[in-house]
Design a protein around this ligand. Sequence first.
Ligand SMILES: NC(=O)c1ccc[n+]([C@@H]2O[C@H](COP(=O)([O-])OP(=O)(O)OC[C@H]3O[C@@H](n4cnc5c(N)ncnc54)[C@H](OP(=O)(O)O)[C@@H]3O)[C@@H](O)[C@H]2O)c1
Length: 276
Amino acid sequence: MTTDTIWQLYPLPTQEVALEGLYLGHDLRRHSAQLGRPFVYTNYVTSIDGRIAIPRPEGQGMMVPKETANDRDWRLFQELAVQADVIISSGRYLRDYAEGKAQEILRVYDEPRFADLGRWRAERGLPDYPDLAIVSGSLDFPVPPFLTEGGRRVTVITPAAADAARRGKLEKEGARVVEAGRSDVTGAAAIAALGELGYRTIYMATGPRVHHLLLADNALDRLYTTVAHRLLGGQPFSSLVEGDLLRPAVGMRLNCLYFDPHALDGLGQQFVCYER
Ligand SMILES: NC(=O)c1ccc[n+]([C@@H]2O[C@H](COP(=O)([O-])OP(=O)(O)OC[C@H]3O[C@@H](n4cnc5c(N)ncnc54)[C@H](OP(=O)(O)O)[C@@H]3O)[C@@H](O)[C@H]2O)c1
C-alpha cells in the first residue's frame, strides 16, 4: 500500500482505493436530477471526542484545530466543494474574512496541487467558482468585492425580521438578499429559496448552528465526516451540530466508510459518509 491509497471498509468487499478522486467518484451532481429537488450535503473534520473547533489562541472566536486539520482531509473537502452549484457559508465567515482570518473556500486556483479540480469544473462547463450563499440574522458584515467579481453571485439568506438598512447596504455591495424564515432562518425555507434560484447541488460548509437548521427540517441529504484519530478535550465543547434537542432524532444510514492509515503521522483517520 502506498500513501496514495486508503482502505474502503464499507461497502464490502474491503479494498484499497485511491485517496485522490475518492469523493469526485461519488458524483454528487447526479443526485438532484434523480431526486427532482436540490441535493444538500456537508462535511466536518472532528476529533475522536467529537470536537470540530477550539478557541483561537488570541482569544476571539473558534477555529479548526491544527491537531485535526490535515492535507488529506483538505483534499477531500476540496473535492466536495468543487462539485457544488452553491456553497452555503455564514455571516461569521465574512466577518472572519474581513479580519483576515478566513480565505477563499474553494482553493483550486490558489493551490497548484488542486489544479486538476479546477479543470474538473471547466470540463463540465461550470463557472470557475460555485456561487456563495451567506446565512445571517445580523447582516453585520461587508461583502468583499472579490466575491462578486467575475460573475459570481452572493446570496444572503436572512429572516424577514432582519434590519432593513443593513439589507440595503449589502445589496449596494452587490449581494442578492432573500428571506427565509420570520425571526430566524429555517433550513427548509433556506433550501427552498436556493432551489427557486436554480441551485441543484448545494454544499453547506459552515458550522454547527446552520447544520442544526438543516437537520431540524430534514433538509440535509448527506453528511461527510473525517474522524481524525486524536482526542482534544477542552471547553467550550464545539460539536458538529449545536442547538435544541432534535425531535425526532435524525437517523442516518451508513453510505461508506474508509480508513486512511497514513494521516497524522501514521495515527490515521476515518472518512465516514452518512445519508438520510
Ligand atoms: N471542523 C470543521 O469541519 C468545521 C466546519 C465548519 C465550521 N467549523 C468551525 O465551527 C465554528 C463555528 O462555525 P460558524 O460560526 O460558521 O457556524 P454556525 O454556528 O453555524 O453559525 C454561523 C452564523 O450563521 C448565522 N446563523 C446561524 N443560525 C442562524 C439562523 N437560525 N438564522 C440566521 N442566521 C443564522 C449567524 O450569522 P450572524 O451572526 O451574521 O447572524 C451565525 O453567526 C468556527 O470556528 C468554524 O471554524 C469547523
